[in-house]
Structures are given as structure tokens and as C-alpha cells.
Write a protein that binds this ligand. Structure first.
Ligand code: DX5
Ligand code: ZN
Length: 214
């Protein structure tokens, strides 16, 4: 299981140090939650913060854009560390245009769906995206309760992937911790975001290690 700690729950006053702890624990990606106060009712941080981390972090960035206008801002998140840029299906009318734009930067494109959006909303995109991000909380805040019913989407996407030979990575985000990581993996999830369960833990390195070992 790939583990992507979400820096939304990190100590922004000591961000680099917090990230280094997760690297020490074997984190695979740094999950970068970008919120515009419009697509979601909260503002996190923008590209300048992420750019400061570039070159000082040894693992790649998994950028999660919770913003209304990914066409306008995706480019700002392209750095030497950026491997994935994920945007929300609900935010745009023409997802293919955003996918093409992200690919034009040489970055992998992900698409995310909120808890109320079915996987059928991704029809026609399954062979176009590199990653599908299932939200297991309403996007906007860290530390919320995991929505168990969202695991069905992982089961569906996993079966579809096998049947059709698609390449997308199945990622889940929201409320993930040691108490549910095994169920999440059993449902077919390949990459899990963990915010508060890692950064609010006494020992973030150990928290990542435990998630990876489970
Ligand atoms: C929620 C964000 C998540 C969040 C996860 O809108 O997309 O990435 O930081 O935090 P936890 O793991 O605390 O639910
Ligand atoms: Zn996220």
C-alpha cells in the first residue's frame, strides 16, 4: 500500500521537519491539499508554499486540487517533485480538457469524486487518467470521520480495472488510519492519504511505518 501523508494536518510552522519525519517512516508521496475557499468552504495554502518544499523533499508530490478552476491554476503546481495533479470531477464541465492540460506539463493526471458523486460520473475517462481519488469524507477539512460506504467505489473501480485492463491507481482520502487501513486495502485501494492519523500522532514516522506494515 502506498501511503501519502497529507500536510494539511502538519505543523505549518515546522513543515519541512514534519515532512522529513514521514519520509523517515517510509512515506511514498507527500499529499498536497489545495483549497480555494470556493470549491470547498476552507482555504489551505497555495503554490508558493509547495514550491518552497521542492528540492528539499526526496519523495514526489501528490497534489489534490480542491479548487473551482484547475484550468487556470494547475500549472502553478508543476515542480520537479510533482508526480500527480488531481482535480475534482464536480468542479469542471470538460474533464478531458483538464487531463490534457496536466499531461501537457509532463505530469500524471488524477480525477477525484466527492462522496455524493458515483463512479459512473467518470465514464469515458477510465483509460485517460493515471489516478482516481475517492473522497471518504466531504472535502474541506482534515480530521473527519471515515465514510465506510465509499469503499464500494474502490471495489467497483478495482473490478473494472481488472476487467478492462485500465492503468489508473486507486487512491482514497479522508479519515484513514490504523483502524481501517486493512479494510481499505481489501477493497482494492492502492494508495491511501493519511493526514491527522500521521501528523497528530506522537511519532509520525512510526505512524507511517505502521500504516505501511499493516
Ligand atoms: C480533505 C483533504 C484530506 C485531508 C485528510 O479535504 O483532502 O487530504 O487532509 O485528512 P485526514 O486523514 O485527517 O482525514
Ligand atoms: Zn486530499
Amino acid at each position: 500500500m502506498l501511503i501519502a501523508p497529507s500536510i494539511l494536518s502538519a505543523d505549518f510552522g515546522d513543515l519541512l521537519n514534519d515532512i522529513h519525519k514521514t519520509e523517515e517512516g517510509g512515506a511514498d508521496y507527500i499529499h498536497v491539499d489545495v483549497m480555494d475557499g470556493h470549491f470547498v468552504p476552507n482555504i489551505s495554502f497555495g503554490a508558493p508554499v509547495m514550491k518552497c518544499l521542492t528540492g528539499r523533499v526526496s519523495i514526489p508530490f501528490d497534489v489534490h486540487l480542491m479548487i473551482t478552476d484547475p484550468m487556470k491554476y494547475a500549472k502553478d503546481f508543476v515542480t520537479e517533485n510533482t508526480e500527480f495533479i488531481t482535480f475534482h470531477r464536480e468542479a469542471v464541465e470538460d474533464p478531458m480538457e483538464v487531463i490534457d492540460l496536466i499531461h501537457s506539463y509532463g505530469v500524471k493526471a488524477g480525477i477525484s469524486i466527492k462522496p455524493g458523486t458515483p463512479t459512473s460520473a467518470l465514464e469515458g475517462l477510465f483509460d485517460k487518467v493515471d489516478l482516481i481519488l475517492i473522497m471518504s469524507v466531504e472535502p474541506g477539512f482534515g480530521g473527519q470521520k471515515f465514510m465506510e460506504d465509499q469503499l464500494m467505489k474502490a471495489v467497483e473501480l478495482s473490478a473494472l480495472k481488472k476487467e478492462m485492463g485500465y492503468d489508473y491507481i486507486i487512491e482514497i482520502d479522508g479519515g484513514i488510519g490504523i483502524g481501517n487501513i486493512e479494510r481499505v486495502e481489501a477493497a482494492g485501494v492502492e494508495m491511501a492519504v493519511a493526514g491527522s492519523s500521521v501528523f497528530k500522532a506522537e511519532d509520525p514516522a512510526e505512524a507511517v511505518r505502521m500504516l505501511k506494515e499493516k
